[in-house]
Ligand binder design. Structure first.
Ligand SMILES: Cc1cc2nc3c(=O)[nH]c(=O)nc-3n(C[C@H](O)[C@H](O)[C@H](O)COP(=O)(O)O)c2cc1C
Ligand SMILES: Nc1ncnc2c1ncn2[C@@H]1O[C@H](COP(=O)(O)OP(=O)(O)OP(=O)(O)O)[C@@H](O)[C@H]1O
Ligand SMILES: [Mg+2]
Length: 511
């Protein structure tokens, strides 16, 4: 079979791995279901074109035809479904029909929507499994495996996704290596094709020549960043206006929130080395100061082991009771780097290859990243948002209300924090509440003398945080008053002083 031969003879190791895995899925599906019971959902797009040739190769191998030199171009009896839509590009339509002709596909053309079309088809045909060219990163791929039963409410069939883990690069490596035809739109700058109403050529491929009136585009395979595959799709609204909620408690919108409201965060350090006493957690301290400086309260800082369940349990607990959770440590390619797996587990999702993140890593570490599988580019599926900032070489990772810092020291944290604040401020996602006001008083009075009056003061000023601490047993006691209302802090201070003889307290500046 010509496809199989072309891939096996090429020297792209990654492509071979992807090909072998896809062929394996196809062969297992063909072992499970008879050829009458399977169908191929083909729409002339690049992903389904890849799948067509994988299916031809897989079917041929399944039948033990490896020795067939010409590959039997028309020997592909699998039922092929095409949902034809009036808003499809004419080039897509003609490519679909021409391809069906060339390979002798038995085309079932359906002109209704996917669901009712499938309902009608499955009533008359014994179809039990449908092959799709869905890839991770496609909006519809979330939660799907290579074998995924159709969703509740859909007619029952198995969705088989042999190229689920293929990237944009993998798709083009396959199409170019196997030298098969693809829809002409991909040579005109289209990189992902929807309908005529929502798809334009990808401007990143524009060869903008001012002397020519018609814009010219380079072919799709020259798009170097697969993460920008959908840049030619009509833009969705930016996060701040697309209904995404700012990070605040109780489902309130930032606009509704009084500036004095208390927002709660917690920090999780992941590191056996901290628990072993080998290293110190300096980031937690720095993070508390930073959060405090923007008026946020920190409910807890914890240290957990480099263990998926420990991370998952802590994240699950904290994310449900805090407005935001910050986690650091345990991010990278080492055996102990399990933070992302823990976050994924906490939210009940799996880790999936993230093409966008993989491109960043590829630019950062180049060749070391071109393996068959890049573990570092696995991120919690469907809940991850990459926060890009020009000053960061890799974007920050945000999973719902959990921010994952990659910083390993305070200076790196400063950089990540500053970028985060800038980004979330401009998108309206982070509410900057009124900063805290504090006063610190010292006294040489004994603890026993101040104990009761200070307890009473706490009851009189429930909105003011009143704390006592010492730097050492020999030094004076420090009483700390903190809150968001300057006048209340002043009143609490006066009330405290009135309870003792004049001069019993003196105010010190802590900054
Ligand atoms: C053969 C086939 C099977 C599908 N099965 C399901 C399904 O089980 N559950 C579902 O929610 N959507 C299913 N869909 C719909 C797709 O997930 C998706 O909504 C559809 O491709 C629309 O994408 P678009 O809006 O980008 O055109 C199926 C589509 C096709 C073509
Ligand atoms: N109109 C359709 N008819 C039949 N199958 C379809 C249709 N639309 C989508 N599909 C199935 O869903 C898969 C995913 O569609 P998707 O648009 O992501 O990829 P594609 O169209 O193959 O390539 P591209 O991303 O370049 O548009 C297709 O490969 C195909 O299997
Ligand atoms: Mg498409």
């Amino acid at each position: 079979m010509e496809i199989d031969k072309a891939i096996r003879e090429c020297d792209d190791r990654r492509l071979k791995t992807k090909y072998n895995n896809a062929i394996y899925v196809i062969q297992r599906a063909l072992a499970l279901y008879s050829i009458e019971e399977v169908a191929f959902s083909f729409n002339g797009g690049k992903d389904s074109t890849v799948l067509l040739h994988l299916l031809r190769a897989g079917y041929s191998l399944h039948k033990g035809e490896q020795s067939c030199i010409n590959g039997g171009v028309k020997d592909f009896p699998m039922r092929t479904i095409y949902f034809e839509c009036p808003s499809a590009f004419p080039e897509i339509n003609s490519f679909t029909y021409d391809t069906a002709n060339m390979y002798g596909l038995q085309l079932d053309i359906i002109r209704s929507d996917f669901k009712s079309g499938l309902e009608a088809l499955l009533k008359t045909k014994p179809i039990r499994a449908i092959f799709l060219g869905v890839r991770m990163g496609d909006p519809t791929a979330v939660g799907q495996e290579q074998f995924s039963p159709s969703s509740p409410g859909w007619p029952p069939f198995m969705r088989v996704n042999p190229i689920l883990d293929w990237s944009y690069r993998d798709v083009w490596a396959f199409l170019l290596t196997s030298k098969v035809q693809y829809c002409s739109l991909y040579d005109q700058g289209y990189t992902s094709i929807g309908s005529i109403y929502d798809t334009v050529p990808n401007s990143l491929l524009s060869m903008n020549n001012s002397s020519s009136s018609k814009e010219v585009f380079r072919p799709a395979y020259l798009l170097s960043d697969g993460r920008l595959e959908r840049a030619g799709r009509v833009k969705k609204l930016p996060p701040s206006v697309s209904g995404k909620k700012p990070v605040v408690a109780n489902g309130l919108n930032s606009m509704d929130l009084p500036k004095s409201s208390l927002l709660m965060a917690s920090a999780i350090a992941v590191g056996d080395e901290i628990l072993l006493g080998t290293a110190e957690d300096q980031l937690g301290h720095s993070l508390c100061r930073k959060l405090h400086s923007i008026g946020w309260s920190v409910s807890q800082t914890t240290v957990v082991r480099n263990d998926i369940d420990s991370v998952a349990e802590e994240v699950e607990r904290r994310q449900s009771t805090n407005d935001m959770v910050f986690i650091y440590g345990g991010v990278g390619p080492l055996h102990s780097d399990v933070t992302l797996a823990g976050v994924a587990k906490a939210f009940g999702v799996r880790l999936a290859p993230d093409e966008e993140f993989e491109e960043y890593l590829r630019h950062l570490i180049g060749d070391q990243c071109t393996g068959d599988r890049n573990e570092m580019a696995l991120l919690p599926e469907g809940i991850t948002e990459l926060l890009h900032h020009e000053k960061l070489i890799v974007p920050l990772i945000k999973c719902k209300n959990v921010i994952i810092f990659t910083a390993t020291n305070v200076l790196e944290l400063d950089d990540e924090w500053n970028c985060l604040i800038e980004l979330m401020r401009s998108s309206g996602e982070l509410v900057m509440t009124q900063p805290f006001v504090s006063k610190c008083l010292t006294t040489i009075l004994a603890d026993l003398e101040v104990a009761q009056p200070v307890s009473k003061l706490c009851l009189e000023f429930p909105d003011v945080y009143i704390g006592c601490y010492r730097k050492s047993r020999r030094e004076p006691l420090r009483i700390y008053l903190e809150g968001k209302d300057q006048d209340r802090i002043e009143s609490a201070k006066e009330a405290l002083c009135k309870k003792f003889h004049p001069g019993a307290f003196s105010e010190i500046n802590l900054s």
